[in-house]
Design a protein around this ligand. Structure first.
Ligand SMILES: NC(=O)c1ccc[n+]([C@@H]2O[C@H](COP(=O)([O-])OP(=O)(O)OC[C@H]3O[C@@H](n4cnc5c(N)ncnc54)[C@H](O)[C@@H]3O)[C@@H](O)[C@H]2O)c1
Length: 437
């Protein structure tokens, strides 16, 4: 048996970010060996069988890919470029949890130690969303410790933030501008050459690694704050008896109005990354007021919406109201259930006495049970009609529901709560009540 050639690139972490990137690099690099590595043997086994549970890479593309997928640490030894795309969550106190990044750096360090000397020296690129300084102050020392090698001589560092928008086919890894940075101009140039192959939208070389890290951190914090502003507006307009969507429809006709909608900000990025920025702000001696105020508002939105919906429904005779929530994932058109704020909405409705059933067109039922103890309905209409129907996540099949399908889900004098405004243009029977933020 011949040993495979050393990989040109090894991608560490094959999740929402790492897998599509690794597949794109493999497609763009015929003649080079691209390895995708993950410590989760179950994930690797699934991928080897062609099952991609995140839905980010189509089954055909995965089958056709030349990407070598492995859970074996030996497979990444000798790579010219290591790309780390592992999770960067927060802990219970919302402080950055860099344990996966450190674990991946240790693993890369061990691979570097076992590799033959390469010329030029290997580059380790972080893709995970972090605060400014993590690549050089946290990753660099950990890789040097684990490898016994010297940074800047035996290996170099780079950073390239990932900006993909899961579930959004027009903003996949092959179609977005890739920001890259390296610890020297030559490293940045090598990275620019690599990433240019994978995206049709080009590469932006940032001034340095710290700048590229900060750019990613503020992109997501800005989005969080913009949504928080509209969420606060929704709270004000609710008290004034106005529809936020009606107000937005008028306001967005101004050329420079920023078009954000109210909603539940969950998931792995927008609801988490601002805490990384806040952490680094504090470490630098600045108290981040707007960033944390935005987080506070967005974090209470599930509870706020549930209260408004329960108020709008009111009592339904002597029985507990039966409510169907459509959508549990953190955003539309993805199966990702992590850090979903719909869970807050469900919990608050239950506290208000509602008996809540949940359907999700994308999520894995076993995962919903494991993460939240919620048993998803096997079919959309099951158990209906309901006193209250809550459109929580605008998955495509829910956006497509017509008047008859919607009316069939709710009792004649029931309530349709349309958090995302996806059914605004649908006429319902006059007795059916409606609520929107
Ligand atoms: N999901 C997104 O939309 C998105 C978008 C832009 C940036 N990001 C950022 O990209 C990073 C990765 O996010 P994700 O959504 O792909 O996460 P994910 O949880 O989907 O995938 C991460 C993968 O890394 C693996 N992993 C963990 N520790 C490892 C280790 N030590 N060695 C090898 N593999 C390891 C996990 O098993 C998992 O398969 C995060 O920093 C995130 O903030 C995510």
């Amino acid at each position: 048996m011949t040993t495979p050639a050393a990989p040109a690139v090894a991608v560490i972490g094959l999740g929402y970010v790492g897998l599509p990137l690794a597949v794109a690099l493999a497609k763009a690099s015929p003649g080079e060996r691209i390895v995708g590595f993950d410590i989760d043997a179950v994930r690797v086994d699934e991928l080897a069988r062609g099952h991609e549970r995140t839905g980010e890479v189509a089954p055909d593309a995965l089958k056709a890919s030349r990407l070598a997928i492995s859970a074996d640490r030996q497979a990444i030894i000798g790579a010219g470029i290591y790309i780390i795309a592992v999770p960067t969550p927060v802990d219970a106190e919302n402080r950055p949890d860099l344990s996966a990044v450190l674990g991946a750096c240790a693993l890369v360090g061990e691979a570097l130690a076992a590799s033959p000397r390469l010329d030029p020296a290997p580059i380790v690129v972080l893709e995970s969303s972090v605060y400014s300084g993590v690549t050089e102050d946290v990753c660099g020392p950990e890789i040097a410790r684990a490898s016994g090698l010297e940074r800047g001589r035996d290996f170099f560092l780079g950073y390239s933030p990932e900006r993909v928008n899961p579930g959004d086919r027009s903003h996949g890894v092959e179609r977005i501008v890739k920001v890259v940075a390296g610890e020297t101009p030559a490293v940045a140039e090598r990275l620019a050459r690599l990433y240019r192959r994978a995206t049709s939208s080009g590469v932006f070389v940032a001034r340095d690694i710290r700048t590229a890290e900060a750019a990613k951190a503020i992109e997501n914090a800005q989005r969080d704050i913009n949504i928080a502003f509209i969420n606060e507006v929704a709270m004000i307009l609710g008290r004034l008896g106005l529809s936020t969507y009606d107000v937005l429809e008028a306001a967005r006709t101004k050329w420079n109005f920023l078009d954000f909608r109210p909603g539940l900000v969950g998931g792995h990025c927008i609801g988490v990354d601002p805490y990384y920025l806040a952490y680094s702000a504090r470490a630098a001696g600045h108290d981040p007021e707007i960033i944390l105020a935005g987080r506070r508002i967005n974090d209470q939105m599930g509870f706020y919406m549930a209260d408004r919906i329960a108020d709008a429904l009111g009592p339904v005779g002597n029985a507990a109201p039966r409510t169907l929530v459509l959508g549990l994932t953190f955003k539309e058109d993805v199966p990702d259930l992590r850090n979903s704020k719909v869970v807050d909405l469900i919990e608050a409705l239950r506290r208000r006495g509602h008996v809540v059933a949940v359907h999700d067109a994308e999520a894995d039922a076993a995962e919903a049970l494991r993460l939240y103890g919620l048993a998803l309905l096997p079919a959309l209409g099951a158990g209906g009609p309901y006193d209250c129907l809550v459109g929580a996540v605008p998955h495509e099949p829910y956006r497509r529901l017509d008047a008859a399908a919607l009316a069939a889900l709710v009792k004649p004098a029931g309530l349709v709560a349309d958090i995302k405004g996806m059914w605004r243009n649908i006429s319902l029977p006059p007795a059916v009540r409606r609520w929107e933020p």
